[in-house]
Design a protein around this ligand. Sequence first.
Ligand code: PBG
Length: 313
Amino acid sequence: MRRMVAETRLSPADLILPAFVREGVSEPVPISAMPGVVQHTRDTLRKAAVEAVSAGVSGIMLFGVPEDAKKDAAGTAGTDPDGILQQALRDVRAEVGDDLVVMSDLCLDEYTDHGHCGVLDEAGRVDNDATLERYAEMAQVQADAGAHVVGPSGMMDGQIGVIRDALDTIGKEDVAVLAYTVKYSSAFYGPFREAVGSSLRGDRKTYQQDPANVRESLRELALDLDEGADMVMVKPAGPYLDVLARVADAVDVPVAAYQISGEYAMVEAAAEKGWIDRDAAILETLTGIRRAGAKMILTYWATEAAQKLAGRG
Ligand code: PBG
C-alpha cells in the first residue's frame, strides 16, 4: 500500500550520468575522493554510455580532462574541434545515437591553466564579457561534435542568450540549453576538482552564488528564462532543497538538480566505515531531491541506481 500511495516516484529516466573523459590515458584513472568513479578513457566512456542506456538512464553529461600541457590562459582546448570533450561527444553519439540525451559541460575551467571558468582581465579578475565570446565558440564546437544539449556551468551574466544566438547562427536551433541557473559557491565541489585535475587556486565567489541567498536565485532564474533556457538546474542539490522547491514552483520548464561530487563522497565515505546503509542512503537522497521538485537528477550513481530501481518495479 505504501508503494501504491507514494507521493514521489523515482524512475531510471529521471537520472542523468555525469562522466569524465581524460585525454591520453590507456586505462581508466580512479578518483580517490569518489570511490567507484573514474576518469574514463575514450573507450571505457563508450562502454559506460552503453551501460547507462541498458539501465534506462536518460542522459549523460560529459566533462573533458585535457592533458596538462594543453591548458592555457584562454582554455583553447575547450574550443578545439579535436579537443578531448569534442572527441568524446563524437564517440558517444556514434555509440548510442539518440538512445541517450548527450550533454556537454560548457565551461572553461577544465581547460584553463589558472582553473577559472572564464578568461581573466589584466588585473587577474574573471572578464565576464570576454568569456561570453569563448562560450559562444564552445557551444558551436560542442554542437558540431554532436551534443544534444549544452550545459553552461560558468555562471557568467548573459551566457544563455549568447549561447542560444551562437547555436542558432550555425543552424543548431534544435540543440537545447540546460542552464546551470542556480549554482552556489560550494565546499562540496572539492572531489570534482580532483576529478578534472583543476588548477584552481582561490575560489569562484565572484561568479558563483553565496549559500546564504535564495532570492538571488529567482533573479538568476528570470534572466535565464528570458535569455532562452530550455531547462534549468540547481546545484548542489542536497544542501539546497529549499532553493530547488522555490525554483520548481516558479517555472514551467523542466527542472534539474545536480547531486555533486561532495554529496556522493560523503555517503560513500560513511558507508565505507560501516556508519550508514549505503544503498538505502543513496535512494533516500535521490528521493528527497525528486520530492523537492527536480524532474531530472544528475548523479554519479545514475547507472547503479537505475538498475536498482528497475529491479523494484
Ligand atoms: C564547472 C563545474 C563544476 C562542477 C560541474 N561543472 C565545478 C565548479 O564549479 O567548481 C561540479 C560538479 C561536482 O562537484 O560534482 N565546470
